[in-house]
Design a protein around this ligand. Structure first.
Ligand code: MN
Length: 204
């Protein structure tokens, strides 16, 4: 996350077919190689003529959108958000998911939501209720309080004043090849590939 312009596409930390049957290889190829790559390219294009921004990290750009030149604010919000969100999303999945939270985060989820099952239902509802395209998130605020939120488009939560721990992409491009309109099935199956160890590392 300390990288600066020109941004490059992060490699997947597993094979394209590693998350099958929950997320299929064709979806991973389109999602990573085409959609994610396009956000990277468009972010670099937006920054190309603004050398004063070339030493800024992606996190800085997203936290300080309002201070950026007006001709690139929206492009950086959309494409910088796209790069940030997809970097995190692909990194927080694994073929060897423990299927439930681990470590201090497991305890914090039980304390906040009563049980993992209750947490899961709340998270699934946030992902289902996001109308159109966007994301559902588990984040932690500065008071160490867990929150489930959702964002439209490629927006990041509260301009990153909270720390993202987990996120699911509910744009149709994330699931339509395999699930068509069955977003609920995709969200349910996402729980088979969450890398709770990394999520807990972010929390701790
Ligand atoms: Mn996506």
């Amino acid at each position: 996350m300390n990288k600066t312009y020109p941004f490059t596409l992060e490699k997947l930390p597993y094979d394209y077919n590693a998350l099958e049957p929950y997320i299929d290889a064709a979806t991973m190829h389109y999602h990573h190689d085409k959609h994610h790559q396009a956000y990277v390219n468009n972010l670099n294009n937006a920054l190309e003529n603004h050398p004063e921004l070339h030493d800024k990290t992606l996190e800085y750009l997203l936290k300080n959108l309002n201070t950026l030149p007006s001709d690139v604010q929206t492009k950086i919000k959309n494409n910088g958000g796209g790069v940030y969100n997809h970097n995190l999303f692909f990194d927080l999945m694994t073929p060897s998911s423990p299927k439930k939270p681990v470590g201090k985060l497991a305890k914090a989820i039980d304390e906040k939501y009563g049980s993992f099952d209750n947490f899961k239902e709340t998270f699934k509802k946030a992902a289902m209720d996001r109308f159109g395209s966007g994301w559902a998130w588990l984040v932690v605020d500065q008071n160490n309080e867990l929150m489930i939120v959702s964002t439209p488009n490629q927006d990041v939560p509260l301009q990153l004043s909270v720390k993202p721990l987990l996120l699911i992409d509910v744009w149709e491009h994330a699931y339509y090849l395999n699930y068509q309109n069955r977003r609920a099935d995709y969200i349910e199956n996402f729980f088979n590939v969450i890398d709770w160890q990394k999520v807990n590392d972010l929390y701790e």
